[in-house]
Design a protein around this ligand. Structure first.
Ligand code: ATP
Ligand code: MG
Length: 213
């Protein structure tokens, strides 16, 4: 059965959809990957449509959209057919978010390294704890080093939460690749964006023990 990654964070615009797409492409280099869009905004679905006609798309990522009561059964089908299923969730805590988190082997929470983003993640953290799911935080739009980032790292460690050691910086390359239905790692694995994204994807694989599949 495939592994399920839910990308969730109540704060809007934190990078859930971008991260789902980028990780899907990086992970698809060695695995069969599907993405599932349960956000009515449908941004990941549009990315998937753009991808279908993107000449530079080098790896197959199957894109599906579903919500409500059909979510659980759709997920079962996808888990049977793919090694990894990534779910992009909307910026709300609702029954669909709970369904996605309940089905997840890991819940990845992107956040800007600043206190309001951690405060905004509390609802998602609580939901994941209620569902006894593994959680990992990842800094997005992160400065390479700053006092605030260090403070956030310390706060997250003090709470015993897992923070991926690879963060994503604020780079136009992420938004540009997304707009073309692509992932940065298939454009180039040697740009700063490609390098940090591949390093993050390795951390995700390690957490899911995917190299041992
Ligand atoms: N690291 C980054 N560098 C540059 N642009 C980024 C980065 N992360 C996200 N973005 C851009 O920021 C915007 C918001 O990102 P995204 O749509 O992924 O957030 P979201 O959490 O899915 O939002 P929503 O809560 O509305 O679903 C997008 O235009 C995206 O391309
Ligand atoms: Mg989104």
């Amino acid at each position: 059965m495939g592994k399920v990654i839910a990308v969730a964070q109540q704060k809007g615009g934190s990078g859930k959809t971008m991260l789902t797409a980028q990780l899907a492409v990086a992970l698809a280099a060695g695995c069969n990957v599907a993405v599932l869009d349960i956000d009515p905004q449908g941004s990941l679905t549009i990315w998937g449509k753009l991808r279908a006609s993107a000449a530079k798309a080098s790896v197959a990522v199957a894109s599906h959209a579903v919500s409500g009561w059909r979510l659980a059964s759709e997920l079962e089908k996808l888990k049977a057919a793919y090694d990894i299923v990534l779910i992009d969730t909307p910026p709300v805590i609702d029954s669909d978010a709970r369904r996605a988190i309940r089905a997840a082997d890991i819940v990845i929470i992107p956040l800007n390294p600043s206190p309001p983003d951690l405060w905004a993640a509390e609802g998602t953290l609580k939901l994941a704890a209620e569902e006894k799911r593994k959680v990992a935080l990842v800094f997005n739009r992160a400065p390479a080093a700053s006092r605030l980032r260090k403070r956030m790292e310390a706060e997250i460690a003090a709470r015993g939460l897992l923070l991926f050691s690879n963060a994503l910086a604020n780079r136009a390359g992420y938004a540009n690749a997304f707009a073309d239905g692509l992932g940065v790692s298939e454009i180039s694995m040697t740009t700063p964006a490609g390098l940090e994204l591949c390093a993050l994807a390795e951390e995700v694989k390690n957490q899911l023990k995917i190299n041992e599949l």
